[in-house]
Structures are given as structure tokens and as C-alpha cells.
Design a protein around this ligand. Structure first.
Ligand SMILES: C[S@@+](CC[C@H](N)C(=O)[O-])C[C@H]1O[C@@H](n2cnc3c(N)ncnc32)[C@H](O)[C@@H]1O
Length: 206
């Protein structure tokens, strides 16, 4: 979903804009999807939807899942982490160096749309904290859902300004009681994105 200029091999890559490698150019605000999806993935996409579209979008995607299917949306700016990084003058991210200044805040809260080719698709339309996701989960009522924060590869380990949401339909495999099964399942799943989109050791479930 929202692959932009970084389509992923082995997936059906969709985006509003026609970048090379996009399989389906479509507006994903309220998608009509075929049934039977086993995995729906996005990175740095969900925050680009308008607020009234967030729940209809995720409801449609959840409905399209096969039994046992998962949704993993990551690269979503985490507002509590952004505030913490700014107020506490933590190190900058995105190779920017220096401190996490107001420009950094703007990159996460707004997406720096004036620096991209198309303003509206690039604009971040809203902010996210745990209660944002709890409202979404309470409405959609997925079988299992969790929110995690993390650090992007090669960024300062004490600056956690990004989050993801992991949702599953159906029963989960049995796991040791020490950790909720959905956390174990999410960590196993996230291994494949380690060093690409996530520094796995920094994952914190919220
Ligand atoms: C920051 S880019 C992320 C691209 C890619 N996933 C990555 O990780 O580099 C956000 C993408 O979301 C797409 N997008 C924004 N709104 C959309 C919508 N309503 N439907 C489909 N794609 C959308 C934009 O066109 C853009 O390519």
C-alpha cells in the first residue's frame, strides 16, 4: 500500500501516483479489495490518508484478509516520541545530524510536502499516539492488534519517533505465557524487515 518509488518484489504494489514498478495506480483511501489477502504491508503510508478515511481504509483492508492473514503498517510518525525528541533536544534523525529541531518535527508531522513532487499525496494528514489506534481498534475490532514503536536503521537508538501497527485475523499459534502471543507473532514477522525498515532490537510494544 502506498509503495511510491520503492515497490517491493513479490507484492502487488499500489499507489496513487504512477511511479515505476507500481502495479496498480489507485486511490487507497477507501479501497475495494478482493478477498483472501495473506499479508498487507505499508511503510510511511497510513499517515498520508485523510482522517475520515483512516477507519474505512483499515476496515476494508481487514475485511480483505484471509483467515490467518496479517496487516503490518510501519513507518508511521509517533507523536509522543517526536515531542520527547524535540523537548529533550535529542539527536537529529534522517542523516540530518545536529539536534532534533523544529525542522525535524515538521518532517514527521507534515512530511515536508513542499520538497516532494506532489504536495497533497506527500502531506501527512494527521498525528498518531496510542489512543488514536485504540479508537481505530475499538471500531474495527480485529481479532488481534498491537502498536509498536521502534528506531529506524542507523538512527540514534534513543530517538524513537516511528511506530507500526500489526493486526491479525484468526487464531494465533500458542506461545510461552511470558509475552502476549500477538507480540511474539509480530516480532517473528518483523524479522524480515530488520535493517531495511526497522532496527528490530529497538521494538517496544505500547
Ligand atoms: C512517503 S511515501 C512512501 C513510499 C514508500 N512506501 C516508501 O517507504 O518509500 C507515501 C506514498 O503514499 C502515497 N499515497 C498518499 N495518499 C495515497 C492514497 N490516498 N492512495 C494511495 N497512495 C497514496 C503517495 O503517493 C506516496 O507515494
Amino acid at each position: 500500500m502506498g509503495c511510491g518509488g520503492h515497490p517491493l518484489p513479490g507484492y502487488i504494489n499500489m499507489d496513487l501516483q504512477s511511479f515505476p514498478g507500481v502495479d496498480l495506480v489507485t486511490d487507497l483511501s477507501r479501497p475495494h479489495l478482493p478477498q483472501g489477502a495473506t499479508e498487507v504491508f505499508s511503510n510511511a503510508f497510513y499517515e498520508h490518508l485523510f482522517l475520515p478515511d483512516r477507519i474505512p481504509h483499515l476496515r476494508a483492508v481487514y475485511k480483505s484478509l484471509a483467515y490467518g492473514g496479517i496487516i503490518n503498517y510501519m513507518g508511521i510518525p509517533w507523536f509522543p516520541g517526536i515531542v520527547d525528541a524535540y523537548v529533550n533536544r535529542k539527536p537529529g534523525t534522517m542523516g540530518g545530524g545536529s539536534t532534533f529541531d523544529l525542522y525535524h518535527v515538521y518532517r514527521y508531522t507534515h512530511g515536508a510536502p513542499d520538497e516532494a513532487g506532489e504536495y497533497m499525496p506527500q502531506l501527512h494528514k494527521g498525528l498518531f499516539d496510542l489512543s488514536t489506534f485504540e479508537v481505530i481498534f475499538d471500531t474495527i475490532k480485529p481479532d488481534h492488534a498491537t502498536v509498536y514503536t521502534y528506531v529506524y536503521p542507523d538512527e540514534p537508538v534513543n530517538v524513537s519517533v516511528t511506530c507500526g501497527v500489526f493486526i491479525c485475523k484468526g487464531d494465533l499459534p500458542m506461545t510461552p505465557m511470558s509475552r502476549p502471543p500477538v507480540h511474539t507473532y509480530a516480532l517473528e514477522y518483523l524479522e524480515k524487515w530488520d535493517d531495511k525498515y526497522i532496527e528490530l532490537s529497538t521494538v517496544r510494544f505500547q
